[in-house]
Ligand binder design. Structure first.
Ligand code: PMP
Length: 384
């Protein structure tokens, strides 16, 4: 007889929605061994390749030698070191905020903050493509969740007008993780001011990537961050792991007293904190990395458009929407045979019927690697 779990897995298998783990041995930020075979990665969030930067590695080695491997406690006990303080201050400056707070991950920052800030009396308006961690945080808060059409301010305004007289939140991503487009943050910030909304921007994928020195999507769009709650992650361009929230002094003081994922979880390991601090330093001191990323974005976008695939030159994320789970899996597996690793992205990560490759490019891909990927993609799409 099949166990409950076997039955559930068989159902996922039949719907082409079963996932599996594939251990990799990274050789560089853009290349790894998978089942003993070398492949080029066009799927990571390591947009600047800083995970292997010599200065970042040296900072981690120094931190581990003095601060040890783990923090040993939650931040309000003894897990908050001078390294944590330095990173929080640097992140606040980077985002133009008064103060910042570190979390074990971007996921726990979103879930923790939304569930602490909003309550059952409130209404939270969130973009329909908002990340799972935003939706989970809203659900946990008990607030009424209202999802507006992706980046559609007319739809948002019409929904807002139906929910007056209650405290209201507006939640969006800066860069949408599976589509690579950006939210109209300037218009949203104006709307938030006019309608007295509490405005939260999850800039996981804009941080370290967009705007001057990679300060993020708000900076890229020239939006004053005053009064905006910015959530971010250290796990993508910043080459580490962890989340953060940046905002006003009172907000951060409130959060550190109330957010359960902050209070009840061990703080980030000091070497991880050192990696992110060092990554921020490299970003500030080495503008060439961002220039290479932007050149690679242009090259990949141009190549995709030449294949008839719509592609903006806004961010390093390019959706190649293929429709069915089966087709996305086939294309991904054919590309892997040719040495390119871009796993298929399927529901619930993306809406049903929009299974895709989520192609991402790094500052460290060479022009030849991008061109050979485009060639392989063109051949594969003809075949499948
Ligand atoms: N927000 C967005 C938009 C994301 O894409 C992700 C990561 N997939 C997260 C939050 C969670 O961040 P982390 O990986 O640091 O938990």
């Amino acid at each position: 007889m099949k166990s409950h779990w076997q039955e559930a897995l068989a159902e996922l298998e039949a719907r082409k929605l079963r996932r599996q783990l594939h251990p990799l041995v990274p050789l560089s930020p853009t290349c790894a061994l998978r089942e003993g075979r070398e492949c080029l990665l066009f799927c990571t969030n390591n947009y600047l390749g800083l995970t292997h930067h010599p200065r970042v590695i040296a900072a981690v080695q120094e931190a581990v030698a003095t601060f040890g491997t783990g923090s040993g406690a939650s931040p309000l006990i003894s897990g908050y070191t001078e390294l944590h303080q330095e990173l929080a201050e640097r992140l606040a400056r980077f985002k133009g905020a008064a103060r910042a707070l570190l979390f074990p991950s971007g996921y726990s920052a979103n879930v923790g903050c939304l569930s602490a800030l909003a309550g059952p009396e409130d209404v939270v308006f969130v973009d329909r493509l908002g990340h799972a961690s935003l939706l989970d945080g809203i659900r946990l808060s008990g607030a009424k969740m209202v999802r507006f059409r992706h980046n559609d301010l007319d739809h948002l305004e019409s929904l807002l007008s139906r929910h007056r007289g209650r405290r209201r939140f507006l939640v969006t991503e800066g860069v949408f993780s599976m589509d690579g487009d950006t939210a109209p943050l300037a218009e949203m910030a104006n709307l938030a001011r006019r309608e007295e909304l509490i405005f939260i921007v999850d800039d996981a994928h804009g941080t370290g990537v967009l705007g001057p020195q990679g300060r993020g999507t708000l900076a890229a769009q020239g939006v004053d961050p005053e009064g905006i709650i910015i959530v971010g992650t250290l796990s993508k361009a910043l080459a580490a792991v962890g989340g953060f929230v940046a905002g006003g002094e009172d907000l951060i003081e409130f959060l550190l007293n109330r957010v359960r994922s902050f209070i009840f979880s061990t703080s980030l390991p000091p070497p991880v904190v050192a990696a992110a601090t060092s990554a921020l330093r490299v970003l500030e001191e080495d503008p060439e990395l961002l220039e290479s990323l932007r050149a690679n974005i242009r090259r990949l976008a141009g190549g995709l458009r030449a294949l008839g695939i719509p592609a903006r030159e806004e961010t390093p994320i390019f959706p190649v929407v293929l429709g069915s789970e089966e087709r996305a899996l086939k294309v991904a597996s054919r590309l892997l045979e040719q040495g390119f690793y871009v796993p298929a992205i399927r529901p619930p990560a993306v809406p049903p019927g929009t299974a895709r490759l989520r192609v991402s490019v790094s500052a460290l891909h060479t022009p030849e690697e991008i061109d050979s990927f485009l060639e392989a993609l063109a051949e594969t799409l003809k075949e499948v």
